[in-house]
Design a protein around this ligand. Structure first.
Ligand SMILES: [Zn+2]
Length: 212
């Protein structure tokens, strides 16, 4: 298995954003790097940085929360639950990618999260366009469930399973939004170039063997 390199521009503040969907970018917070699978959300501080990098929080909100939540038991318990949920999401996405139905247990868990943590949305300016997105003003760590739960529910209900894919060369998942639907890797910078170079070298080797 090839691994993602951490040198590409697809990384923002140390997090990977190649999923084309918030739920998948959340899933990809545990990629396999050269040194093995890496937990990019090891503590509450990292979670707050990810929320800022994902545009769910402003830098000022992140700064205020990091100081407030860091080292609190409530935030640590929330993070543990969130990471366990992320691994169950991984199983659900892998099933969708294989065109298998998502388990009833996961659907029930998600429905209960959606009920307990209803989402608030708001219009925001993004350049010249208006964007409808989650308006997160978290008062307690559990409030972060709202944007995560709605993103996961949207992914599982809206994304065509045929467009949900794992990179051919690493463990990163993405939603293929390309016109042709032929995206094969997480990113050209991370795995695409490696695959192309490997294919070129293989073609060269095959041509040399033929000439002999
Ligand atoms: Zn990849």
């Amino acid at each position: 298995m090839q691994v993602a390199s951490k040198t590409s521009q697809d990384w923002i503040e140390g997090f990977l954003f190649v999923g084309n969907h918030l739920a998948l970018d959340f899933l990809n917070t545990r990629p396999a790097l050269a040194e093995g699978p890496q937990e990019l959300l090891p503590d509450v501080d990292a979670l707050v940085r990810w929320l800022v990098a994902s545009d769910l929080l402003t830098k000022q909100q992140g700064k205020a929360l990091a100081g407030k939540w860091d080292c609190t038991r409530q935030a640590a318990v929330f993070l543990r639950r969130l990471l366990r949920f992320r691994e169950r999401l991984r199983a659900a996405v892998v099933r969708q990618e294989a065109c298998l139905p998502v388990s009833s247990g996961f659907i029930s868990e998600l429905n209960s999260l959606l009920k307990q943590h209803p989402s608030v949305v708001a219009l925001q300016r993004k350049g010249k366009k208006l964007d409808l997105g989650a308006a997160l003003t978290p008062k307690k760590p559990n409030d972060v469930w709202a944007p995560i739960a709605i993103a996961v529910a949207e992914l599982l209900s809206d994304a065509s399973p045929g467009r949900l894919r794992k990179c051919e060369a690493c463990v990163v998942h993405f939603l293929d939004t390309s016109k042709k639907g032929s995206r094969r890797w997480c990113s050209m910078n991370i795995c695409g170039n490696k695959i192309k170079v490997a294919a070129y070298q293989q073609r060269k080797r095959a041509a040399r063997t033929k000439r002999r």
